[in-house]
Design a protein around this ligand. Structure first.
Ligand code: AMP
Ligand code: MG
Length: 419
């Protein structure tokens, strides 16, 4: 008898997965390797930024009190006593109507409290004149204007983008405490599968899901353990997955999760004693996507159909792995766009259409990325987003505004925006 499965809404499925995403440990990595990792500790300013009052311009440091009354008719003359660039400290303390020629980034000399920009002066040898008064601290970058000592600059759980690297460098972090990356095993199942380097044979196809998922992981900064390819053989799959769960935080399989005669993953989960979080989702493609959990290890049973496999990974595996690293922005960014082509097919379940999204000054537009059945591989190659059409709707027309999830962005968002 064919097993009867109860489909659940996508949002419910996402929630069930995310509830199980426990944090992994942290480790210290050199700053040069920290890009793309997740901060395990907040970055706290260990000193003010800038650490001293400094000049933001090339010009002259003066005492503002000496500039009082300056005007076009009555210019005030200053004598230049010293000349400093960034990284140098003047030993001169300014007296009345004295100035120090100063370059961007240099600390203000003692006594100075304003900067006259070069273009605000008329220079004559060792003197210059000005035609306007300067207020105390005018044109000065005061100590601590960018950050106060003790201020939290970036929270734990943040994605380390280049700006975070700059802040870490500012505060002298040669090593950074980051979330350990989850250990992920990857297994492709299917008797029809050939390796990438094998010539085609009748009835066979090359394993494209394995390399695709490895790349999806790589774009999250995660290297996977390749468990290889197995035929549809229950014992072989069982032994492989059983072995892998001891070493992995997540084991991803593709293929064999449907209700066909050679789909053995459901019995494998049963034999492992895994808790199946769901095995049917109200979505197309990928309705048979199954997620289970055993001994603190996630089992992501993705469909063998390439588009379904891709969607299942992006909707469930990706946010779970990101959340395990303590990042609170695990979901695909959401937006809306105008359809530029009809999509006439009815949508019994939520439909995730591989699509080409473009944002222009005239608005955001999106179109399906070609052949769009669950077994399509080409639409994944062309797409940079999903059009999400709600279940229970008829077709959509060109000009309709639709929900969009963006794929491949460095950073995600805090919440799942769809039903
Ligand atoms: P399954 O999920 O095992 O029922 O497979 C569904 C469809 O996806 C079948 O047409 C398979 O041949 C195909 N398929 C399964 N695994 C892969 C794979 N690793 N790469 C590409 N296609 C696959
Ligand atoms: Mg199969």
């Amino acid at each position: 008898m064919v097993e009867k499965r109860k489909p659940i809404p996508v949002k419910e499925a996402v929630d069930r997965v995310m509830k199980r995403a426990a944090h992994v440990k942290s480790e210290s990595v050199p700053l040069e390797e920290a890009y793309g990792r997740i901060l395990a500790e907040p970055v706290i300013a260990s000193h003010p930024v800038p650490p001293f009052d400094r000049s933001p311009y090339d010009g002259f440091a003066v005492r503002s009190v000496d500039t009082k009354g300056a005007s076009g008719e009555s210019r005030i003359t200053f004598t230049v006593m010293d000349h400093i660039g960034a990284g140098t400290i003047s030993s001169h303390t300014l007296g009345e109507r004295e100035a120090v020629r100063i370059m961007t980034g240099a600390p203000l000399p003692a006594g100075a409290d304003a900067i006259v920009m070069l273009e605000q002066t008329v220079i004559d040898g060792q003197t210059f004149t000005i035609r306007k008064p300067f207020a105390p601290m005018e044109n000065v970058s005061p100590k601590g204007e960018d950050a106060k000592e003790g201020e939290v600059i970036v929270e734990a759980g943040a994605f380390i983008q280049p700006g975070v690297i700059a802040v870490l460098a500012t505060f002298g972090y040669t090593n950074v405490q980051v979330a350990t990356r989850p250990i992920v095993g990857l297994l492709a199942t299917g008797t029809e599968l050939l390796e990438v380097n094998e010539p085609l044979e009748p009835g066979k196809i090359r394993n494209s899901n394995g390399p695709m998922i490895a790349a999806q992981l790589k774009r999250m900064g995660i290297d996977c353990r390749l468990l290889g390819t197995l035929p549809d053989d229950e014992d072989a799959c069982f032994n492989m997955v059983k072995e892998a769960i001891h070493e992995c935080d997540a084991v991803i399989t593709t293929g064999g999760v449907s209700v066909g005669d050679f789909d053995y993953l459901p019995s494998v989960y049963k034999r492992l004693g895994a808790e199946v979080l769901f095995n049917k989702v109200m979505m197309r493609p990928g309705s048979v996507t199954t997620v289970a959990h055993v001994n603190d290890t996630f089992l992501f049973g993705l469909s063998g159909n390439p588009s379904a496999c891709f969607v299942g990974f992006e909707l469930f595996t990706r946010p779970a792995l990101i959340s395990m690293m303590g990042n609170d922005k695990p979901y695909l960014p959401y937006t809306k766009a105008v359809l530029t082509a009809d999509f006439a097919k009815a949508n019994p379940f939520n439909r995730f259409i591989r699509a080409i999204y473009e944002s222009t000054p005239k608005g955001s537009f999106i179109e399906p990325a070609g052949f769009n059945k669950s077994n399509s591989v080409t639409s994944i190659a062309r797409g940079n987003a999903f059009i999400v059409l709600p279940g229970g709707t008829r077709g959509f027309q060109k000009g309709d505004e639709v929900d969009v999830l963006l794929i491949g962005k460095e950073e995600g968002v805090e919440s799942w925006m769809l039903n």
